[in-house]
Structure formats: C-alpha cells, structure tokens
Ligand binder design. Sequence first.
Ligand code: FES
Length: 166
Amino acid sequence: MQGREFQTSPRLAIAGIKVEIEGVTQARVSDTRVNVTFVDFAGKRVRLPGRVGQSLTELAADHKLDMLEAPCNGGGTPSAVYHKKQDFWEPKFGQGTMCHGCHVIVPQDKWAAMPAVDGHEEERLEDYPFPEDLAVTSRMGCQIKLTKDMDGMVCYVPDNPVYESF
Ligand code: FES
C-alpha cells in the first residue's frame, strides 16, 4: 500500500493549526480500493469495490453476492461450525480449506499477483468434485487476499457445489 504525505485539513490550516507527525503518512481510500468483477457460469457480471487485505470470499459476502460462497470460511477461522440439518456443532481445529464452494478462476494476467497455493488449497483443487470446471488458474477464493496489483481483475465463478447452510 502506498501512503501519501500527511496534510493538514483546510479548516485547520485557516485556523493556523498545522498537524504533522514526522514519518507518518496517511493512506487514502483510493490506495486501498481494489475493484473486482465476478462473472458466473450464466454470464452474470458483477463489479464490486473491495479493500486491500480482504479475501475474495469476504468481498463477495460483504456485498451479499451469492455466486461465491464460503461454507468453511477458509478453514481454521471458526472454532466450530453448526450443521443445521443434523443439528450439531462440528469442532474445527484450523484444518485449513475444507470445502469447494469458493472455487474461482482468476485471470492469467493477474496470476503473478496471487499468493502461493498452500498444501490444503492444493488438496481442495485436487479433490474438486467437477474436475471439468478446473482451469490452470483455479484457486479457492478464500485464500486470495486482495492487493492493489489485482485491481480491475475479472474472476470467473463456475457452478460450484451447493452446501447445506453451516
Ligand atoms: S471457503 Fe471453504 S475452501 Fe474456501
């Protein structure tokens, strides 16, 4: 993230008050904004404004975009998940990615900006139930944390498996 020199607001400047802290820079909204377009299997396109550091699934959830789900929430985050149909809590111990609901195909021209695939994510891609939907740039969306280099990317969301509500 690129910061800018801290500037005193016009009101403070008029009042003769100058607030500066040496070495401190202030980020602007535009420094943290990352626009991502999602395209689903039916051709529906949605462009969403995201933030640096947010995952693709968090971005989708913030905007209630149902084409990209995160049933296991990336793994490791919840200490337990509730299975509504069976009415029980399943303990989770940070196993990493555990579902296939967040599969996305990222654009090849943004591949260099992507974080490395870890072992858990590699397993999810290997046991993905619809291998015909996989591409060389397939990723699990919960593992993609947005960076400024990803601004403007277009991600394809295949018809991922439907999970019961966790
Ligand atoms: S949300 Fe389960 S693997 Fe991404």
